[in-house]
Ligand binder design. Structure first.
Ligand SMILES: Cc1cc2nc3c(=O)[nH]c(=O)nc-3n(C[C@H](O)[C@H](O)[C@H](O)COP(=O)(O)OP(=O)(O)OC[C@H]3O[C@@H](n4cnc5c(N)ncnc54)[C@H](O)[C@@H]3O)c2cc1C
Length: 440
């Protein structure tokens, strides 16, 4: 039982394997590259950064900054390598990618308790504790095996995500709560006049799209057409689609607006709201212009941008506990993009928690979860408790942790940062205590 299997040596799997080994247990780490490559990776190195070289903004007012600080406190291999190979990037933690990946690879290949197995895994090991971390480009045979094990409809192969905005940044004097035809008032509605719709349409049709990688040409189904594509089809198409105002009279006027943008809560507390039917592949700067051209969202803070790209991920709220164990298969844990987080840093952070809990399970100890005030705690709690309908991957953001009162945003966030980090450190000490005698 003291051996843990980790499948995939990307950001999540490398961190998970290192955590298990550092805590004193044996690890078998499976990686299919370079024998079999993914469409995005270029090397056989571990923790290869497939696109940008940034692990996110730093500092006390930045949600990713808090997650970085928690990872440093946890003794993260990814953060240690990032700090050693950092390059100047004006307030962001960016790295020189080859040196970064080489350091992670060396640390794992040279570790006495890690056995690296260069092999494509096609089915989960039948015994022992397993951390699954095969990422957004999980190889086909294993993806098929997971579909059989978990249910085909719980595994997605594409992200078609709409932007998500922070609840506290919505202008509640403009939006109104209502459900279509008087159904339960779960939605916030942004009303547009004819003139506002015309201006919105102009901004939308002038916005630029991301260029997808050539291996990732997407086919859109009518039900998840990007909003910019709907607009391209005709001036009124969005207004007869996701922006339909029918059955949504504004209680203040008693009349239906010319068009409506509906917002749906992403979390049970209503801290984050997504724009219904607004899945988009627009460039992020242009996406912000489009969102902020909507009445009620002029000052909206986007906590997760819309994306349309190839991505393999599970419907975590239906399958996974905040400990990152599968509810039906508690010896199996899952981390990284596959569990439904977005980003290098978030992948590594969930890798740390999965590694820690795998080690605890292998020793017969109960798994543990960081406090909700910490960014990692907020993230895993979101995964387990998010709205399972239309579940989309999430990155670190301030909507994941309980808010604090205060007039100035920067000061509020700095206090949330300190509260989160303190809580995380207290939890960490207790979570690591049983391993003190083990790791040599
Ligand atoms: C094209 C693309 C660009 C991205 N750009 C960014 C970006 O710029 N910034 C950002 O923060 N995030 C980005 N992401 C999202 C995400 O943060 C990264 O993909 C990140 O690497 C995910 O970490 P991971 O550990 O979950 O997966 P990965 O880092 O991809 O690691 C998974 C590993 O599992 C291996 N593997 C897969 N299947 C098997 C198998 N059956 N057997 C054995 N090994 C297997 C893979 O070879 C890989 O090494 C991007 C994703 C994609 C697809």
């Amino acid at each position: 039982m003291r051996m843990v299997h980790v499948i995939g040596a990307g950001l999540a799997g490398s961190e998970a394997a290192y955590t298990v080994a550092r805590l004193g247990l044996e690890v078998r780490l499976y990686e299919m590259r370079p024998l079999r490559m993914t469409p995005a990776h270029r090397t056989g190195g571990f923790a290869e950064l497939v696109c940008s070289n940034s692990l996110g903004g730093e500092g006390e007012t930045n949600a990713k900054g808090l997650l970085q600080a928690e990872m440093r406190a946890a003794g993260s291999l990814i953060l240690r390598a990032a700090d050693r190979h950092r390059v100047p990037a004006g307030g962001a933690l960016a790295v020189e990618r080859e040196g970064f990946s080489a350091e992670v690879t060396r640390a794992l290949e040279g570790h006495p308790r890690v056995r690296v197995v260069r092999q494509e895994v096609v089915a989960l090991p039948e015994e022992g504790v397993v951390v699954l971390a095969t990422g957004p480009l999980t190889a086909d045979a294993l993806a098929q095996h997971l579909q059989e094990l978990l249910g085909a409809h719980f595994l997605s192969f594409y992200d078609a995500a709409a932007p998500v905005v922070l609840g506290e940044s919505i202008d509640h004097g403009v939006v109104y709560r209502a459900g279509r035809y008087g159904q339960s008032a779960d939605y916030l509605n942004c009303p547009l006049t004819e003139e506002e719709y015309r201006r919105f349409y102009e901004v939308l049709t002038q916005a630029r799209r991301h260029t997808p990688h050539d291996w990732e040409q997407l086919e859109f189904f009518e039900g998840c057409m990007p909003i910019e594509e709907l607009a391209r089809r005709g001036y009124d198409t969005p207004r007869f689609g996701p922006m339909k105002p029918v059955g949504l009279p504004d209680p203040r006027t008693g009349k239906e607006p010319y068009a409506v943008v509906q917002l749906r809560a992403e979390d049970p507390q209503g801290r984050m709201w997504s724009l219904v039917g607004f899945q988009t592949g627009l460039k992020w700067g242009d996406q912000k212009l489009v969102v902020q051209s909507i009445p009620g969202l002029e000052r909206a803070e986007i906590v997760r941008y819309g994306v349309m790209h190839r991505n393999t991920y599970l419907c975590a709220p239906r399958l996974v506990e905040p400990t990152l164990q599968f509810r039906q298969h508690p010896r199996l844990l899952v981390a990284g993009v596959l569990v439904g987080v977005e980003g290098y840093l978030e992948s590594a952070a969930t890798g740390f928690l999965a590694g820690l809990n795998a080690a605890r399970l292998a020793l017969g100890l109960p798994p543990t979860v960081p406090p909700e005030e910490s960014m990692l705690g907020g993230l895993v709690s979101y995964l387990a408790r998010a709205n399972p309908e239309n579940f989309q991957p999430m990155n670190a953001n301030w909507g994941l942790v309980p808010p604090l009162e205060g007039a100035r945003k920067a000061e509020r966030r700095a206090r949330m940062y300190r509260r989160g980090l303190e809580g995380f450190k207290v939890w960490l000490e207790e979570a690591l205590a049983p391993f003190a005698a083990l790791a040599g």
